[in-house]
Design a protein around this ligand. Structure first.
Ligand SMILES: [Zn+2]
Length: 582
């Protein structure tokens, strides 16, 4: 019988006694006294047990407290020890070959998880525990210092202890360069006063200018590289990506592309480089995924198509990111407004009666129908290329001044568009006039035309001033302050099928023109720039002065060229219409 049961039965007994008959009292009394003793015994033992338990509990708690204190002390000691461990292998780190631009992928298992970079040979390996690829590499090659590419901690393998050493901070800066608002202020200061102070040095001692770094052409991604290099020279665009990381929990392909673009721009603008170039590998991968394979880095592409798609995609993801359905900073920077006036002409084959009927319709009236449209680029049409090419190439390459091309936007010149289907008989004529220009104006010069068989390229050279382009004459209202300076000029060389891209950029820090072609950054003479086959141009508006008309300070490159001899009368007349605006 357990103790509890004995107590219960004892109580029952006493109850029975109280209500029981008197005849059996004497015998019952004996039982009663026995029961009472048992009850007292059990109560005492119970009380004792409780007391013991409480004491044990208190003792236990005290012990635990001591242990946690000890643990914390141990931890602190360990950390102190760690900081004191001067890893003896730090001298073996080979900074000049370190490259964190490539995909974070184990070179043996091709896994993306838990990847470490060997700081001696710059190869990536998975894991750090016993038997992992990094561990085996440490044993095989005697390379002992590793960087976890995900949490940015340094480890010594195979001993497997963390290295905490401020002398390694420069490596973390290479892994993920960050800019503070102060850094940005400093950059703006130098850009405004255009001193030559921000000269950085590569580890091999050669000089380079901050913000002018070549980019790897992995296979055929030069068409993407030039677009990024061009946008990187637009401070309003660049600054957003220098100070913001666009981190977040959502891992959608558009947000990854946004983040990768930021990483790439920060790498282009960081202040110290181990290598003389930056590889856009991870960014390119995000582009391939986000464009669903439309833009590849293994196949040649069209920089104009890429830029159009890219800015629209960035605008879309930024509006989602900032939860603003209306606009994003992309639109604030690049978007302008244009007035398009269109009218139809009745087919000359129609009878007079039919023509008169059509002319009653608003869209056939001479004034036409006007509507306002938003734009991110202005398309400049080149005069048609001469049909007959001299086999001895004695005909000079046709030339045209940019003002001739811009007359498309003077509200007078009409451009004919061919329509399809039922409408194709009545030509459509459009006139354009700029309502509002964006702060950053992009021209796409229409060099490539698709005919039924292949893509053709128009080699006409466009002449332009590299600074002080007055866009006022093409605006509805000209306040005399629509002055733009060229910051980037993307050039296409060669045939449409196998040509290549390069870019001229105006480097604000030095106010010098540089040419970037893949990895090579070289000086460019401003007077040579208009002699190349310009394809995309990025112009930045000069800050407006309030309540004051800017005086025309236009340094053009000289008068437009005389009309080149040509078999094409249409082109000759185009060239004749060149007028000096200023
Ligand atoms: Zn190694």
């Amino acid at each position: 019988m357990s103790r509890r049961e004995s107590i219960k039965s004892a109580r029952r007994g006493s109850v029975f006694v109280d209500v029981g008959g008197s005849e059996r009292k004497s015998s019952l009394n004996e039982d009663d006294s026995l029961d009472k003793e048992a009850i007292v015994q059990t109560l005492i033992s119970k009380e004792q047990r409780r007391r013991n338990e409480r004491a044990a509990l208190i003792a236990e708690l005290r012990k635990e407290e001591d242990e946690t204190n000890e643990n914390e002390e141990q931890k602190i000691q360990e950390i102190e020890k760690k900081e004191n461990i001067k890893c003896p292998y730090l001298d073996t780190i080979h900074r000049a070959i370190l490259d964190f631009d490539f995909e974070k992928l184990c070179s043996v298992s091709l896994s993306h998880n838990n990847v470490y970079c060997c700081l001696i040979c710059s190869k990536y390996f998975q894991g750090r525990g016993k038997g992992t690829h990094a561990y085996l590499h440490a044993l095989d090659c005697k390379h002992y210092v590793y960087l976890n590419l995900h949490n940015a901690k340094f480890y010594c393998l195979p001993d497997n202890y963390e290295i905490v050493d401020p002398s390694l901070d420069d490596i973390l800066y290479q892994l993920n360069p960050m800019f503070t608002q102060e850094d940005l202020k400093e950059l703006h200061y130098y850009e405004e006063v255009m001193t030559k102070k921000l000269v950085a040095f590569r580890r091999n001692g050669s000089k380079y200018w901050t913000g002018l770094i070549g980019m790897n052409n992995i296979k055929h991604n030069d068409y993407i590289n030039v677009v990024i290099q061009g946008l990187a020279q637009v401070p309003k665009f660049r600054d957003h990506f220098l100070v913001r990381t666009f981190a977040g929990n959502k891992q959608t392909s558009d947000r990854i592309m946004l983040r990768r673009l930021g990483e790439l721009l920060r790498k282009l603008w960081k202040n110290h480089h181990y290598r003389p170039h930056v590889s856009p590998h991870e960014f390119l991968q995000s582009v391939v995924i986000e464009s669903k394979g439309r833009f590849q880095f293994t196949e040649r592409g069209n920089a104009g198509e890429f830029l159009t798609w890219f800015l629209n995609s960035l605008d879309k993801v930024m509006r989602k990111y900032e939860k603003n359905k209306e606009s994003s900073f992309i639109r604030n920077i690049f978007e302008g407004e244009i007035e398009v006036t269109s009218r139809r002409i009745p087919n000359p084959e129609l009878s007079e009666e039919e023509k008169r009927k059509l002319l009653q319709l608003p869209k056939y009236k001479f004034e036409g129908v006007s509507e306002r449209q938003k734009f991110m680029f202005l398309l400049l049409d080149l005069p048609a290329k001469p049909l007959f090419v001299d086999p001895h190439k004695q005909i000079p390459i046709p030339q045209v001044h940019i003002n001739t091309l811009l007359e498309k936007f003077n509200g007078q010149q009409e451009k004919e568009y061919k329509l399809k289907g039922e409408d194709r008989r009545d030509p459509l004529l459009k006139r354009f006039r700029v309502v509002r220009l964006p702060d950053v104006l992009i021209f796409q010069i229409q060099r490539f035309t698709k005919n039924n068989f292949f893509v053709e390229k128009n080699p006409t050279i466009v002449q332009y001033p590299v600074s002080s382009l007055d866009m006022g004459p093409y605006c509805l209202e000209d306040d005399g302050q629509e002055i733009f300076d060229l910051v980037a000029n993307i050039v296409h060389d060669g045939e449409p099928k196998d040509g290549s891209y390069r870019i001229h950029v105006n480097h604000k820090l030095t106010n010098m023109w540089k040419e970037i072609q893949d990895l090579v950054v070289s000086d460019a003479l401003p007077e040579m720039i208009p002699l190349s086959e310009a394809f995309i141009q990025i112009w930045v508006r000069r800050p407006k002065v309030k309540g004051q008309k800017r005086k025309m300070e236009v340094d053009m490159l000289g008068p437009p060229p005389p009309p080149p001899p040509s078999a094409n009368p249409a082109k000759a007349s185009e060239a004749k219409s060149v007028k000096r605006k200023y």
